[in-house]
Design a binder for this molecule. Sequence first.
Ligand code: FIX
Ligand code: ZN
Length: 420
Amino acid sequence: MKSALFASVRQRLRATVESVVARTPVADIHTHLYDPAFTDLLLWGIDELLVYHYLIAETFRRLELPFDRFWALGRREQADLVWQALFVENSPISEACRGVLTTLHRLGLDVKKRDLAAVRQWFARQRVADHVDRCFELAGASSVCMTNSPFDDLERPLWERGFRRDERFTAALRIDPLLLDWPATARRLTGWGWRVGRTLNARTLGEVRRFLADWTRRLDARFLMVSLPPDFAFPARTDTARLIEDAVLPHCREFNLPFALMPGVKRAVNPSLRLAGDGVGLSNLAALQNLCAAFPHNKFAATVLARENQHELCVLARKFRNLHLFGCWWFLNTPSLAGETTAMRLELLGLSVTPQHSDARVLDQLIYKWTHFREVLARVLVEKYTDLAATGWNPTRTEIERDVQNLLGGEFDRFCRMTV
Ligand code: FIX
Ligand code: ZN
C-alpha cells in the first residue's frame, strides 16, 4: 500500500519535472556559434551538421581513403562520405550521429526515408534569420554565449569595424594564444601596435592588461576563457602562469569577470584529423586548487575534460565558493557520462552548478544538444526529488521551476554578478 502510494508520488514528480525541464529556457554559456552579423561564420544546415568534427573522427575509423584526399574534397562530398559510412552502412548509434537525427526529426523532417537529397532540398529553402529563430525555439534557448577570439583573423575585422549586436548572442573573450604561445602572440600584438616585448616585464604586462580591457569592452565580454593541456601547472615559472597572475587575474578583478578554465585537452594527438584530432588527458587539479586558494578575490569557472577528474573537481568546488563548475564538455557529453557527472555534482554541490553547455558549432546542433541534455537532467532530478519526497519534503512545482531556472543559467548569472 505504502509503496503504491509512493509510486504515484514518483509519477507525479516525473510529470512535473519533465514538463518544467522541457519548458524552462536555457542560457547556453559556451558555444562556438556566431551572431548572424558574422554571416558565413555562423554555420548551419545539413552539410555542416554532417561534417561536425565529432562525426569526422568517427568516419575516419571506417574510411581507407588517405587523409589528404578527404580534406581535398568539398564540404558536400565530405558530408556524403560521412552519411554513407555512419548512417547508410551502419546504424547511427553514436551520440553525435543520434544528434543529427534528433535535430532533423525536431525540425519536422522525416528521417526514416534516409533521403539525404530531400533533406538538402529542405535546408536550401530556409532563410538564415528564420532558421536562427526556429533553432532557438526548438532548443528552448534564450541566449547563447559565443567564443570570441581577437586572434581569429576571420572574426577580428568585424569586431574592429563594429556591428549591430543580436542580443541573444553574448560574448566570451577567448585567450588561448595569449596564454599558450606568448612568443608568437607578442609578435602579433606588436604588429597591431601594442607596446609589448618577449620578456614579461611590467611594461609588457601593463600593455597586455590594456589589450584585455580594450577587447572586454569591445565584446562586452561576460567572462574570459582558456582551454588548457592536462599538464597545466600553477604556480610555475612559465609564461602562462606569469600572464595569468599578473595580467589576466588583475584584469578579471578590475572588471569583476570570471576566468573560465578548461583543462584536459591534448591538442592535435592526430594532426591528420585536423579539428577532430584532439584528445583527452588526466589533469592535475592542484593547479586549479592553487589558483582558487591564492586568489580568493577572483572568480573561476571550470569544466574539465577527463571523466577521471570529475570527483576531485566536485570536492574542490565544495572548498572554494569562488569556483563554479559548468558543463559536461565534449567527450563527456554522452547520455551515460553526462548522467553520472550531473548526479555526482548535484549530490556533492546541490544546485550551485551549471550542469551543461552545448558547445554547439553548428546552429542546428542547439536542438539536439539541449533535447538530449534535458532528458538527462530530468532523469537525474526525478531521482533526487523522489528521494526528498521519501522524507515527506514534497517539492512544489514553483520550487522545481526555481531550481531548474537556476541550473539552466540562473546560477551562472548569479556567479557572474557576485563579488568575492
Ligand atoms: O576548446 C573548446 O572550446 C572545445 O570545445 C573545442 O575546441 C572542441 O573542438 C569542441 O568543439 C568540443 O566540443
Ligand atoms: Zn568549446
